[in-house]
Design a protein around this ligand. Structure first.
Ligand SMILES: NC(=O)c1ccc[n+]([C@@H]2O[C@H](COP(=O)([O-])OP(=O)(O)OC[C@H]3O[C@@H](n4cnc5c(N)ncnc54)[C@H](OP(=O)(O)O)[C@@H]3O)[C@@H](O)[C@H]2O)c1
Length: 250
């Protein structure tokens, strides 16, 4: 495989599981050292670190709650003790509770927006400060959702709104960071087989599956490859974009 990230340093939030893990491994397989946010499940973190190191690159994990500013600041300070710069930020961490609209509380909305949207602001703010400081070209790849464009269902109104926010935030960040030679893009996945969708009611799962042109759900690796493309020089003239990766839907 071509090694587009030889000796680069890549941070992957949510990197211990599913889409984040597949992305961490994709970057490692292409030669990048990888730092992930530690999962609340230590075993998952350790498994991912071992898998990254099997590619012969460095791997680290530090705790981080992406919705908490002190925690995000501490995460990037920890990274800077062990690594001297950051080339790529890949932001995968997110949550998606499925709750009937009438039962969605302000607390739940605050948690979802805090993690998915404010979390995106926070990780780009602190990674961006380091990346700008070093005046090196770099890339940020964020994660939205096809729900942000198509909507999905009232049970994920807060999630859909948070992910729509990520799409427009991407454009503002792209505008800001272009002067520093840092590109910012977003991937909007459709239905991907991960633990995030475990709570989806079975009838909805069937209805949604029937709408996918390619007749199947996506795999985490099929998102990881687009993340890697967007961070690589193959996407050198792309910034502010949102790419749908959904097998065709509707
Ligand atoms: N799966 C899909 O169909 C789909 C579709 C569109 C978009 N996406 C987006 O893709 C991303 C990854 O989803 P996934 O399906 O791989 O989900 P997942 O298996 O639930 O993984 C989510 C990851 O985010 C981490 N995370 C959650 N809250 C966090 C917080 N406050 N601080 C730091 N890390 C946090 C989790 O950490 P723990 O390990 O501690 O739980 C986990 O590693 C999400 O942003 C999701 O919205 C997924």
């Amino acid at each position: 495989m071509e090694k587009r990230f030889e000796n680069k340093i890549t941070v992957v939030t949510g990197g211990s599981k599913w889409i984040g893990r597949a992305t961490a491994l994709r970057f490692a397989s292409e030669g990048s050292h990888v730092i992930i946010t530690a999962s609340r499940d230590q075993e998952e973190t350790n498994k991912t670190l071992d898998a990254i190191r099997a590619y012969g690159v460095r791997a680290s994990a530090f705790p981080c709650d992406v919705g908490n500013e002190d925690s995000v600041r501490g995460f990037f300070e920890s990274i800077m003790l062990d690594y001297d710069h950051i080339d790529n930020l890949i932001h995968c961490a997110g949550i998606s509770p499925n709750t009937p609209l009438d039962d969605q509380s302000v607390d739940e909305w605050t948690r979802v927006l805090g993690t998915n949207l404010i979390g995106t602001f926070l990780v780009t703010k602190y990674a961006g400060a380091i990346m700008r400081r070093d005046k090196l070209p770099g890339a940020m790849v964020l994660i939205s959702s096809s729900n942000a464009i198509n909507s999905f269902a009232p049970i994920s109104a807060h999630y859909d709104a948070s992910k729509a926010g990520v799409v427009i935030l991407t454009r503002d960040l792209a505008k800001e960071y272009a002067q520093y030679n840092i590109r910012v893009n977003t991937v909007a996945p459709g239905w991907i087989d991960t633990s995030m969708n475990n709570t989806l009611p079975e009838d909805m799962r069937r209805e949604e599956s029937a709408k996918i042109y390619m007749g199947r759900w996506g795999k985490p690796e099929e998102i990881a490859s687009v993340m890697a493309f967007l961070a690589s020089d193959d996407a050198s003239y792309m910034t502010g974009s949102c790419i749908m990766v959904d097998g065709g839907y509707g």
